[in-house]
Design a protein around this ligand. Sequence first.
Ligand SMILES: Nc1nc2c(c(=O)[nH]1)N[C@H]1C(S)=C(S)[C@@H](COP(=O)(O)O)O[C@H]1N2
Ligand SMILES: [Mo]
Length: 432
Amino acid sequence: MRDPSGPPGPFRRSFWRSPIRGPWLTSVFGLLLLVSIPVMFATGLLSYAAYNPDLSPLNDMTPDKGPLGFYLFSWPTHPIWLYRLTQGVHVTLGLTVVPILLFKLWSVLPKLFEWPPLRSYAHALERFSLFLLVGGAGFEFATGILNIQTWYPFPASFYTLHFYGAWVFIAGFVVHVTVKFPVMVRALRSRSFIGEMRTNLARTRPEPPAAGYLAPVAPAAPTISRRGVLAFAGAGSTLIALLSVGQSLGGMFRRTALLAPHNQSVTGVTAGTVGDFQINNTARNAGITAAETGEAWRLSVGTDDQAGHAPAVLSRADLLRMEQHTASLPIACVEGWSTDNQAWTGVRLRDLAALSGAASPSSVLVRSLQHGGGFNRAVLSGAQIMDPDSLLALRVNGADLSLDHGYPARVIVPNNPGVHNTKWVASLTFRS
Ligand SMILES: Nc1nc2c(c(=O)[nH]1)N[C@H]1C(S)=C(S)[C@@H](COP(=O)(O)O)O[C@H]1N2
Ligand SMILES: [Mo]
């Protein structure tokens, strides 16, 4: 086999000696990614839409998205479990795929040192697409995982970065799949999968160098079989899935989610008793004091209509005297964790809209009395306001909200990303 006389070391094919590296193994990992990445992309786009980014200006953290927002639609309130499902899939799959991605990158490592680095315009273009692909994948996985771990060392909003990063990644992905799909099919057909699953270490042979660039020209003796590598990657993926999916499944599986940081704080409504459930951000962390939420707390309910009357000012007792409605709803966070359905009780948002004088509101700006932090305001759509299960909740599971769950009042809207279910609400401003 030709071994181009590039610089010595990794730039020569003979440097890469793993006897199992080759087009077949790369294609098996490639096929797994080919199936899972589009699912992650689609659920990611849904998550982006779920934030209703067109509800300007507040919700719009990507004002320059241009045509990338082509598919946006008003995020529905039903089915109530939809965001819980799509985001659970997005995050769980994203974590599960990590070992596969790492093995895939290992399997194509010689390509990084291909010599000569650029052979033609077409080759240059292909390598540029790989730069978008590998860089985009690294960026998307890194930002996604850091976000789940609630560590935000980002220069800008996670949401903005992860969204634009996804488009860069998928552009590289589409070019790569277009170029490599026939190569993958050919490689997968070159060996029998069942046959490989029956091949132990002693009988493991390298793919012939003629099979493609990835096959070794000077193979070393094998130290693991192909089925061993696939089993190892599969076991890694399965373990990660098992240790994280519980945060989305809930119920008795919740305790298995050892890799999920949000599963660990349960300091809520009736702490320590049945009926309590985890919280994301504590009152203490948000800088909410008992004084602000005590007897002096008032809710301001108004419209942005300048000619309209002054906003109504309601105490918690006033709100409790209004018609109370109970809805069984989950909280589902962009980070993949979600609560099981809880029985939230409070005043319907549409009743508060009517009170403000906005009969058919197009949106509402919800403000928290929390000062800092990015999650202290949100805009909800007209459809979200009008859903009969959209509440300004005062109680949950038959008890007053605890301070950590958002006392004196919090928003809860069916199928709404958790971040828009504002806690410690101070004002509602309806727009018509
Ligand atoms: N005021 C305020 N509201 C907030 C938050 C916050 O930090 N401050 N966190 C949001 C996020 S990101 C989520 S997922 C939900 C979680 O609700 P929980 O903290 O009751 O679990 O509340 C949302 N409402
Ligand atoms: Mo969240």
